[in-house]
Design a protein around this ligand. Structure first.
Ligand code: ATP
Length: 231
């Protein structure tokens, strides 16, 4: 009935040998929501994200984005991602890199808009391989926006950033989310999830063990923050 949600997992399972990295996940993310996937190291966050992006196929169950397969959604530029893996940094300018990526999509975001949203309009002519870590992360954000996605997926986006760069990064994410888009980000930190997401999914051993706002999670934990602070 009506429009399909941005993200839908039904009974998704992904195993690596004996490890059930994703062990039966059902979840839905509505269009326009900002959702945090909160869990400790090895909980299954990256595997969940790889299923969502179609980088891995579930062994069981289904994963859909906007009612289509992840591959189809990715090809159409409906999903943009920032993953953890450190890629080689190309020796081109910020403008060249973001334009190149944008050129692979059917309906890209205008370059100026992507740079502005990422907070790097002033870096357009700078070489990507000569930027600081915080600036590089913002370039990666602009690259994720290049296809003009409706859904942004961010795997521990602030892990390597100092406090100031974190604030700047979250400001950019929120500006994107405010314009009606959907965001899923993973994090180890309850306070980060609480501050920047509408809803928190807690993942542990490949299962969603809690789902709610920060306040709801605190209430259900009886005010005992420690029991849900998985950092
Ligand atoms: P982190 O916060 O450390 O990134 P995570 O929550 O993203 O952790 P995953 O990377 O999804 O967790 O890993 C979940 C489980 O699956 C772990 O036990 C991990 O060792 C295992 N795993 C993940 N990828 C592979 C792989 N390619 N081969 C074998 N085991 C894997």
């Amino acid at each position: 009935t009506g429009t399909p949600p941005a993200v839908s997992f039904t009974g998704a399972v992904k195993t690596y040998g004996a490890v059930r990295a994703v062990d039966g996940i059902d979840l839905e993310i509505a269009r326009g929501e900002t959702v945090a996937l909160l869990g400790r190291n090895g909980a299954g966050k990256s595997t969940t994200i790889s299923l969502l992006l179609g980088l891995n196929e579930p062994d069981e169950g289904t994963v859909e984005l906007f009612g289509a397969s992840p591959e189809k959604a990715a090809r159409a530029g409906r999903v943009g991602a920032m993953l953890q893996e450190a890629r080689a940094v190309p020796r081109v300018t910020v403008r060249e890199l973001v334009s190149f990526v944008a050129g692979r999509y059917p309906d890209p975001m205008p370059l100026a808009r992507a740079l502005e949203l990422a907070g790097i309009a002033d870096l357009a002519g700078r070489r990507v391989d000569r930027l600081s870590g915080g600036q590089t992360q913002r370039v990666r954000f602009a690259v994720a926006l290049a296809g003009n996605p409706s859904l942004l997926v961010l795997d521990e986006p602030t892990a390597a950033l100092d406090v100031e760069a974190r604030h700047a990064f979250w400001d950019s994410m929120r500006a994107y989310a405010r314009s009606g888009h959907t965001v899923l980000f993973s994090t180890h930190y309850l306070e980060e999830a609480d501050a920047h997401a509408d809803r928190i999914l807690v993942i542990d051993r490949g299962r969603i063990v809690a789902d709610g706002t920060g306040d709801e999670l605190r209430r259900s934990a009886g005010g005992n923050l420690v029991s849900i602070d998985l950092a």
